[in-house]
Design a protein around this ligand. Structure first.
Ligand SMILES: C[S@@+](CC[C@H](N)C(=O)[O-])C[C@H]1O[C@@H](n2cnc3c(N)ncnc32)[C@H](O)[C@@H]1O
Length: 124
């Protein structure tokens, strides 16, 4: 368990070192919205976060967190698989974060271009 906590915490530290204000970034698995909120704060008012999830419930939870923290303007929530992200994103992105715990079914990852890919895998 401690290994998993360290893995998730370290992924945020690495992303923090790479992302600058005004960047465009991707949360490939929005889930409960924690990583989306983290990324939205990092990119600042002029930045942009694309957050994907295939579950409406996940996007609802993420939206609630963003609303409560006044971060909705810089985030686009997309109900689709991250394997389709090239349909929605045409500009360069500096980071794509994947948090692949609790996945339903198989894992499909397709990232057309990125400076840093972070994949904190939960071991279960
Ligand atoms: C562990 S949760 C993500 C946790 C989240 N990053 C957070 O900070 O709370 C994994 C999420 O991946 C989503 N997911 C699974 N397959 C996906 C896919 N192909 N594209 C986008 N999201 C996917 C699931 O619906 C689930 O909500």
């Amino acid at each position: 368990m401690q290994l998993i906590k360290n893995c998730l915490g370290q992924s945020h530290e690495i992303v923090d070192m790479v992302v600058k204000e005004g960047d465009t970034v991707v949360d490939a698995t929005a889930g409960n919205g924690n990583d989306t909120v983290f990324l939205a704060k990092l990119v600042g008012e002029k930045g942009k976060v694309y957050a994907f999830d295939i579950q409406e419930m996940a996007l609802q939870k993420t939206r609630e967190k963003l609303v409560s923290q006044g971060l909705t303007q810089r985030v686009e929530l997309i109900r689709d698989g991250h394997e389709n992200m090239s349909k929605y994103i045409s500009e360069p992105v500096s980071v794509v974060m994947f948090n692949l715990g609790y996945l339903p079914g198989e894992i499909i990852i397709f990232v057309p271009g990125f400076r840093l890919l972070v994949v904190p895998l939960k071991l279960q």
